[in-house]
Design a binder for this molecule. Sequence first.
Ligand SMILES: C[S@@+](CC[C@H](N)C(=O)[O-])C[C@H]1O[C@@H](n2cnc3c(N)ncnc32)[C@H](O)[C@@H]1O
Length: 248
Amino acid sequence: MAEPSVPSTARMIDFWLGGSDHFPVDVAAAHAFEQAYGPCAPVFRSLRAFLGRSVRHIADAGVDSFLVFGAGVPTRGNVHEAVPEATVLYTDVDPVAVEIGQRMLAGHDRVGYGFGDATDPAGIDPALRQRFLPGWGERPVGLVFLGLAAFLDDATLARTLDDLYAAVAPGSRLAIDFDTEELAAYPEALAMMGPAFRMRAPESFAGLLGRWQPTADGIVPVARWRPEGAPEVVPDAFYGAVAVKPAG
Ligand SMILES: C[S@@+](CC[C@H](N)C(=O)[O-])C[C@H]1O[C@@H](n2cnc3c(N)ncnc32)[C@H](O)[C@@H]1O
């Protein structure tokens, strides 16, 4: 693989989680970000733990296939590791992420990785959809939308979530997170996130979900979403929720 010349947030997260699928450019960017903000590993470990709890909760509701948007690097406690009995299709718009993911998952028959733009899910390769999301539109599916909402403006995010709601079968569930205004106090770190990055006030999160109905756990800081034991003590940089398209 040709070495990328620009860093990616997904590979920086891989670095912070102790993975091995990142490049020197990502490590340099991760160090620069931490200079401007502070330690990131505990924050992303907490976010990844939320991913695990949320997808296991969805699997416990009887869902056995997952479509992951903005998947980044599919390791370090990612969806197929948290729910190994499920089929999982990871997608991302970044060709480097797709290449890393396909290489990593080459030996798996229940887990795949393909190109996918979350704002145009109809563009996902139908053969991959058929293979890893059998009964799409007729059987409930788990949608994983983590680390992605912050890169979509309000109108695009709300439309995308509504289109997904319309496309999936009743009983489907959505795991989602939102970035808070945590970085407002760290302008240098905020600038590093680029012009597309959107912080939001927690009051705005519910409205963006549209028809998706959050579970009784609510939309809360990820460390406090159904914690197993004492919640991690980390800044409330991300709020998370599982939301449902009710059956019937
Ligand atoms: C902050 S990373 C999060 C990666 C991963 N979900 C995680 O939590 O570790 C955001 C990812 O979203 C991807 N992305 C950005 N816009 C996207 C879009 N419209 N559709 C799909 N993926 C997108 C980026 O390429 C990147 O891999």
